[in-house]
Design a protein. Sequence first.
Length: 193
Amino acid sequence: MDTKRMIIDEQLPVYDVVIAEHVIVQSDPASALAAAKNLDFLTVHTPLLDSAMWLRGLPDRLRHRAQPPLPSLRLADGAGLPGWLSLGERPDEIAFGAVGKFWQTSIEWRDVPAAEFAAFADPGWGKIACNFSVRPYGATSTLLTYECRTATTDASSRRMFARYWWLIRPFVAHIMRATLTTIDRNAVTAPAG
């Protein structure tokens, strides 16, 4: 059994909450991870997800601070959204993360270099570390996992995040499952090569 530490373990070994979703993909691990890396997150849609994203952007639209839509959002493209960064990549894992005050109505992101992410502890912030990881599953399939961990940097932030997490946890799980479904579809329909 392989016992090496995952990137996500190195970047955020201690956290307040964790959520993980899994799907069995009918392709090899390399193809499944490539599909995750090349996923355009903006192509992940469900009625609930689209409604939640519309509501999340409502405060900024009402304040006339809405941002123009992004053309795409792929891990393969590097930095896409403010605050989000690559935390590393291995043949069986891609990790990414962000620092922010995501429990606020209008999220405040903080740009932190990847080399400083693990040690970042300035009070008043939260850190999110996510990954896609793959493991062979039988002779021809792959177990694809999407994990997200969140840690806050002080007691006050922890209290605010706990209230926020209680409300949004079911939506986060739904978004993660929809993301995995899209990756699965892309990995299975991608041409072999």
